[in-house]
Design a protein around this ligand. Structure first.
Ligand SMILES: Nc1ncnc2c1ncn2[C@@H]1O[C@H](COP(=O)(O)OP(=O)(O)OP(=O)(O)O)[C@@H](O)[C@H]1O
Ligand SMILES: [Mg+2]
Length: 328
């Protein structure tokens, strides 16, 4: 079972795009993959994948009701299958009120059971739901979570349930290696909850061509403190098109989505993009990242071949070869 929370201390470090790309890469490796979207805000994984049609309907059954053990239906009915084959439990507005709903539940249950509030296992609820109540491990090979880093209760539930982190980082300012916040979080979690939390890898993302950015990338790649299997360049045009294609970077490239101006208006359409080699290289890196997590962190046996088909021409990427891309 492959499980990872895509975590970052700061906002806008490309967590959501990274989660979508990792999930699709894992799926293309032959793994049945589920993603949980714990972020109720706009621009979340749910909107990227065009899921969660009832996310603003307070009466709709949703993940919060299941985490709090008050479901209105079956867990399977929450799951939607995206166009690229990845399954998603979509976000819901109720995630924004998670803590107050949780506090009510804790008051009620501790009152009934003569238990102190501190004893209540508030961070273990998602773990219980996924692995004990629903047996998600029977149906899926991989589970990823895009959490809401600002909501401690949900973030802790995510980490307690999945135990492993993948951390995208973005070069900022002078860019230094400080991942103190991450180390602190992991340490706190481990002490407080008496569990082990692993950092699978760090992924420098949005790395530009400037000296400062390149130095930042090298620092990360050369540190022995954590694994940095790949760095993702500044790929704004490719990644932004994901939000129009409603899917992964693999979809953008294969369907050739592009955003452009037509008669004074911005439009996005498939079949328009001129796919550049560096974009195929970015797909190779995303696939290599998923491969690293699957094989190095979790010891899974997965397919190292990625076929990317653009305009009827298939390019085969073999991660076991140093040669970057070949034409199949
Ligand atoms: N490698 C990249 N280079 C440049 N831009 C990127 C890259 N990856 C993603 N982006 C763009 O950056 C923006 C923010 O990405 P994303 O929504 O994934 O960040 P996030 O960490 O999930 O943000 P939040 O903290 O708000 O949840 C998006 O418009 C996305 O298309
Ligand atoms: Mg996000």
């Amino acid at each position: 079972m492959i499980t990872a929370v895509v975590y970052s201390e700061s906002g806008g470090t490309y967590k959501t795009t990274m989660t979508a790309n990792l999930a699709v890469a894992l799926h293309r490796m032959g793994l049945k993959t589920l993603v949980l979207d714990l972020d109720p805000q706009e621009g979340n994984l749910t909107s990227l994948f065009e899921a969660g049609g009832r996310r603003s309907d307070p009466d709709a059954d949703n993940l919060v009701k299941h985490i709090l053990d008050m479901p209105d239906g079956s867990f399977d009915d929450l799951v939607e299958t995206t166009a690229e084959g990845v399954d998603i439990v979509p976000s819901h507005d109720m995630l924004g009120d998670f803590t107050s709903n949780l506090e009510q539940k804790i008051s009620y249950e501790t009152g009934m059971q003569n238990m102190s509030r501190e004893e209540y296992p508030r961070f273990e609820l998602l773990y219980d739901l996924l692995w004990e109540t629903e047996g998600v491990q029977e149906e899926y090979d991989a589970v990823l979570i895009d959490p809401n880093a600002r909501a401690e209760d949900l973030l802790y539930n995510a980490i307690f349930a999945l135990r492993t982190l993948v951390a995208p980082v973005k070069p900022a300012g002078k860019g230094n290696l400080s991942l103190d916040g991450l180390g602190e979080l992991v340490g706190n979690m481990e002490r407080q909850l008496d569990i082990e939390v692993g950092l699978s890898c760090v992924v420098p993302s949005g790395v530009g061509q400037t000296n400062a950015h390149q130095q930042y990338r090298e620092q990360f790649e050369n540190t022995p403190e954590f694994a940095t299997p790949v760095s993702i360049g500044n790929r704004e045009s490719l990644m932004d098109a994901m939000w129009e294609a409603r899917g992964s970077a693999f979809k953008v490239v294969e369907e050739r989505w592009k955003t452009f101006e037509r008669d004074g208006e911005m439009v996005s359409e498939p079949g328009q993009r001129r796919v550049r080699d560096r974009e195929i290289e970015t797909l190779r890196k995303l696939y290599a990242l998923a491969y690293f997590i699957a094989t190095e962190t979790f010891d899974a046996d997965v397919d190292p071949l990625l076929d990317v088909t653009v305009d009827g021409e298939t390019r085969r990427i073999d991660l076991r070869e140093t040669r970057e891309v070949t034409t199949a």
